[in-house]
Design a protein. Sequence first.
Length: 185
Amino acid sequence: MAKISLDKLIRYFLYLTVLNVFAAVAFTTPVIIPILAFPLKLTVWPGTWMFISYFVFLIVGVLGTLGWTSFLYLIKQVTGAQYCDKFLAVTSIVLIEVAVYIQTTLMFVVGYVGGTYAFATLFGQAVITYMIGPLVVPIGVSIFVYLIGTLLGLMNVVLIFAPGTRSSTAPQIERASSMPQPISR
């Protein structure tokens, strides 16, 4: 079983937190562009999905990765563990980040497209629902993928705490010694 240093994993989650903060700022920037009319589209259904999408990103994308950073740091400090399973760690990070970006992007698209049509009163609610409907299932799938990533991360934590596993200790490296060993009598 391949190992990864908890310090490295903590750093990865911290880098993702910083990246997600920058992304959150970038996602806010279009609000100040008048031609996009975000403040107006946010007031009608399904334009409210943009608002929900942004807060989901802040809570799950930014605070979620910060939470994993803090959680893993505390585990390292309390248990003294230095390593964990590399496959579970990397798979967890990838699934969590990909799912967060897909889910929030699709929710934003639903809100923007639906809000544009609803604000312009071009179509009724039934037509708008029909237009945005195909994006709802992929949003649900991305939530499921996020949960799988979280469960893999928790499985990694359980392996750190599990007695008899070598998840928390350094990989054993056998070295051949060129020095003669003392003879004990």
